[in-house]
Write a protein that binds this ligand. Structure first.
Ligand code: HEM
Length: 500
């Protein structure tokens, strides 16, 4: 009898273990050291590549740990859609502490902005207010402004032919706050995030001062008139919902009460406005400048790609200097949509070098409850790192991901906008330089317009050649480093010669 009880018990345990492991599969991942976890492997400037290499080995969802803090690295397209809440509306929340270091740049640790805060009513109010600033109608209105700044950068380069552009140190970028004059100092200010040198602290102070100057400028203009749809005007219009906004009312009295509380919201405080201004300044140069430098390098590194861009500009009437067309036309916003090859080059560069590569200060989420990600039930308290770099550079989702091949964007045959080129058969998005879901980049249309404008203006005027010390594409990859965003250590060195 004992034998049959023991056999039944063992059978029960085996079945329970099997069923249990089927219900809650273990997440695989690299072996780490006790306590340190994977810190040692990740303490290097190109740690994003280490994480992407692990994704190749362990798959689109794998676990890591850093100083005992458990994390899951996600690069599987469907799991990313789940985490970012694209379709479900149940995004995994941002991990606020990971974004804290940015708050220091414009205020104090507690001063969150649209980028660094959680999904509060205040975030919703700010996001709702600024979103229309980046509608296609407003982006097209901002195009002449971008054109003006791109022409300024072009003329600076033209006065110094045969110079080397250090894109990271003289970022050519611009947006509706006329950032160009701030860029250099702000870029130098970035070491604050890594080393608290006196110089870096000084630069951070200057950055805060610039944000306050912009605030004074916004206030000095007075209440914005109705037609003003700039970010500054919209921020002045935001009322802080404070109490949580309107809820579904139970009684008439409660409805009135809620409405009064909601409407009694005060305009954003100066400290909050400075945080928002700082976010838009930072978001508006760090990302676009580095994307532009990667893209210019990719163009400068390939005479064939450059010839095809030239041919496209000629057929669009944007290059003069030849018998049939001595004078170039002035670039218009509408031209940008028609330059499909140039656009493919830009997209390919954003695929290979997504400046918001993921971890640590962006796309960092935290499971506040047990959360289903792919086939795994991820425990509460686990960090979730969305790794766009791996999503964009994995052979699981792309054919020949290591090759810079703009043509892959021209080969698109599928009508569905959710289908992207590559070799993945399902419809989950595999190209997400601007993230996805409710916390995706609010200014992506503006960013694309600025980048296209800058590229066209520069390519209309110059031939580019990558400096030999860059070591070609492989050299570029070897010099990548991740700080706040992905960039090239020491800048991108390019020779430019005037076409005329
Ligand atoms: C190539 C250029 C750009 C790239 C690749 C980019 C990428 C991103 C990404 C991936 C996020 C989500 C980050 C996260 O979840 O942690 C984001 C958010 C954001 N970006 Fe951009 N961005 C670019 C340009 C800009 C520009 C020009 C601005 C402003 C003028 C801007 C303003 C913002 C803001 C305010 C958010 C926070 C949105 C929210 O949480 O509701 N970005 N961006």
């Amino acid at each position: 009898m004992w034998l049959s009880i023991a056999t039944a018990l063992i059978a029960f345990i085996v079945v329970a273990v099997l069923l249990g492991s089927r219900n809650a599969p273990q997440i695989n991942g690299p072996r780490g050291l006790p306590i340190l976890g994977h810190l040692r492997e990740l303490l290097r400037p190109d740690f994003h590549r280490v994480l992407s290499d692990w994704a190749d080995v362990y798959g689109g969802i794998y676990r890591i740990s850093i100083l005992g803090l458990p994390g899951v690295v996600v690069s599987d397209p469907q799991a990313i859609a789940q985490v970012l809440g694209r379709d479900t509306g149940t995004a995994v929340p941002k991990h606020l502490a990971s974004y804290q270091q940015l708050n220091l740049l414009w205020g104090s640790l507690g001063q969150h902005s649209i980028f660094t805060g959680s999904n509060t009513d205040l975030w919703r109010a700010v996001r709702k207010a600024v979103s229309p600033c980046f509608s296609s109608a407003n982006v097209s209105k901002a195009c002449p402004h971008a054109l003006e700044h791109a022409s300024f950068a072009r003329d600076c380069l033209a006065r110094n032919p045969w110079i080397i552009i250090l894109c990271d140190q003289q970022p050519i970028c611009f947006h509706n706050y006329m950032v160009i004059q701030h860029c250099k100092r702000e870029t130098e200010g970035m070491p604050l995030l890594h080393q608290e040198s006196r110089e870096a602290m000084e630069c951070a102070k200057q950055f805060k001062a610039e944000c306050r100057t912009i605030l004074q400028f916004m206030r000095a203009r007075g209440p914005p008139d109705q037609t003003d749809m700039s970010v500054g005007a919209q921020l002045l219009r935001v009322l802080n919902p404070g109490t949580g906004g309107l809820k579904a009312p139970c009684t008439k009295m409660q409805a009135l009460n809620d409405l009064l509380i909601f409407c009694a919201g005060m305009p954003l405080s100066n400290a909050q406005l400075v945080a928002e201004i700082g976010t838009f300044l930072m978001g508006g140069f760090e990302t676009t400048a580095h994307t532009l430098s990667f893209t210019l390098f990719c163009i400068a590194n390939s005479p064939e790609i450059q010839d095809r861009i030239t041919a496209e500009l000629i057929s669009a009437g944007l290059l003069g200097g030849n018998a049939s067309q001595p004078e170039a036309r002035k670039l218009q916003y509408e031209d940008l949509q028609g330059l499909t090859y140039l656009d493919s080059v830009l997209k390919e560069s954003m695929r290979m070098f997504p400046v918001v590569a993921g971890f640590p200060s962006a796309a960092c989420r935290m499971c506040e409850k047990p959360t289903q990600i792919g086939e795994f039930l991820v425990p509460k308290g686990t960090f979730v790192y969305v790794l766009f770099h791996a999503l964009h550079n994995s052979a699981r989702y792309w054919k020949d991901p290591g090759q810079f091949r703009p043509d892959r964007w021209m080969e698109k045959t599928a009508a569905s906008s959710s289908e992207q080129p590559g070799n993945h058969s399902n419809s989950a998005k595999r190209f997400l330089p601007f993230s996805d879901g409710p916390r995706s980049c609010v200014a992506q249309a503006m960013a694309m317009m600025e980048l296209r404008t800058a590229l066209v203006v520069l390519c209309m005027r110059f031939h580019f050649r990558a400096a030999s010390q860059m070591g070609g594409m492989e050299g570029l990859k070897a010099s990548e480093q991740m700080a706040l965003t992905l960039h090239v250590h020491g800048g991108v060195h390019i020779h430019c010669t005037s076409r005329v």
